[in-house]
Design a protein around this ligand. Sequence first.
Ligand SMILES: *[C@@H]1O[C@H](CO)[C@@H](O)[C@H](O)[C@H]1NC(C)=O
Ligand SMILES: *[C@@H]1O[C@H](CO)[C@@H](O)[C@H](O)[C@H]1NC(C)=O
Length: 502
Amino acid sequence: MNARSLTPLLLLLSISTLLPSSFQNPSTKLYPGSSHRFAETLIRDLNLIPGIQEIDGDSPADDPSSPRLVERKLKLDILGDIGSGISIEELGQHAGYYQLNHTHAAKMFYFFFESRGSSSDPVVLWLTGGPGCSSELALFYENGPFNIADNLSLIWNDYGWDKASNIIYVDQPTGTGFSYSKDIRDLRYNEKGVSNDLYDFLQAFFEAHPKFLKNEFYITGESYAGHYIPAVTERVHRGNKEKEGLQINLKGFAIGNGLTNPSIQYGAYADYAYSMGLIGEAAHKKISKIYPICELGIKLCGSSGVITCFASYVLCNSIFTSILLVAGNINYYDIRKKCEGELCYDFSNMEKFLNQKAVRDSLGVGDRKFVSCNTLVYEALITDWMKNLEVGIPALIEDGIKLLVYAGEYDLICNWLGNFRWVESMEWSGQQAYSAAPMLPFTVDGEESGQLKTFGPLSFLKVYNAGHMVPMDQPKAALAMLKRWTKGSLEYEEHTSLVAEI
Ligand SMILES: *[C@@H]1O[C@H](CO)[C@@H](O)[C@H](O)[C@H]1NC(C)=O
Ligand SMILES: *[C@@H]1O[C@H](CO)[C@@H](O)[C@H](O)[C@H]1NC(C)=O
């Protein structure tokens, strides 16, 4: 590092140390999860970053004769009504491990649920954020085929996304959920590492499921996946263009309450909080004063090394924590609620369910402990946090890959306003037409469930009566959204067909 690049860095670091100590707890996850103490981890974080190099090229597998992808068919007892003519025996529900080929010893865990609708439905990849939180959070509490009852029984979810898609839930990056590696070098520090691993996974997945290769393919997810999703979409598109492996029939990507363009989204925090009455005018004015230095930090993170990224993470998150100090004990994923317990929500049934011996045996996870959110994975990605993932998106939508950005209106942490703003300001050939497009009611079963703005491949949807986890709060609207978006007509309700289905 030279002296010139050091100056703004020192400025950022010195300002961050001047902040009151109560501001210095920026460790809020972009997904419900326990926070860790910032001061304790600061030194560790900085030590973690250099030393461990990215891995390029091949590395030998544990046992070259064992298959890389091991998948088993699940035999789950699910109560209630499956909700279509199909029987559970016919339905393919699977869990598996894939030994990632560009890693030292990483095994990526996933669930794959074939559609309860039709096998020609699109293949959908779902990614939960954190970073470091398991996609099983979405599986069990949002859009999976079933929910967990308090007595740990599984019950069919009438609005599972498997009613309209063949859906894959992946635990990633390595270290998340049931995915693991014995080798610390398999930790991922940036979106390049994350998206290369996911690309390898998808190649192996389609190799094992060739009959789904012709189906349309969509990448979806939530929260910190606002980083992962554009990165992996870009990676798949590039792989297709360069004829690297199997051609994946990539059609679109959808980001739910995501973090994609931090510079714009951190600028929206105080405005959103003020507009929702979480903070008053004086606090809005005061907190807004932190923003210019945060903005500078993010800019430097985009052009220089990891330390400015780390400094901007600290600084910018002081905006968020300042709002929470004024707003009190709110659930920052749903401002209508209080933050109860360490997770802001109670997801303990999932951990109880997944730690049962019979369940583990059927999943093939051995005695590996399931952790909903992994702190080490989170920390490894701290300098990735302030990267702007919007930059690669215009090229994708210009190539006809469609993008849906949706957000529940009561989420603070990845609020709709910040998402609305970055989508609006994105430069692409349709920018003006998109900007001029009206906000239309998004109607589900005759009820207005949100507001939709759309032009060409780009759509933005604000979902009513929902927080951070839209499919959990508005399951029916979320399933309607997925169905209509993949079929190409978000605006219109499907008309009941007069012709009997064969
Ligand atoms: C568990 O709860 C579900 C839903 O409340 C119920 O249908 C089922 O009978 C319960 N099972 C047992 C064994 O109590
Ligand atoms: C990686 O794994 C996939 C699927 O198992 C395989 O088809 C591919 O050839 C592998 N690539 C390399 C570079 O080893």
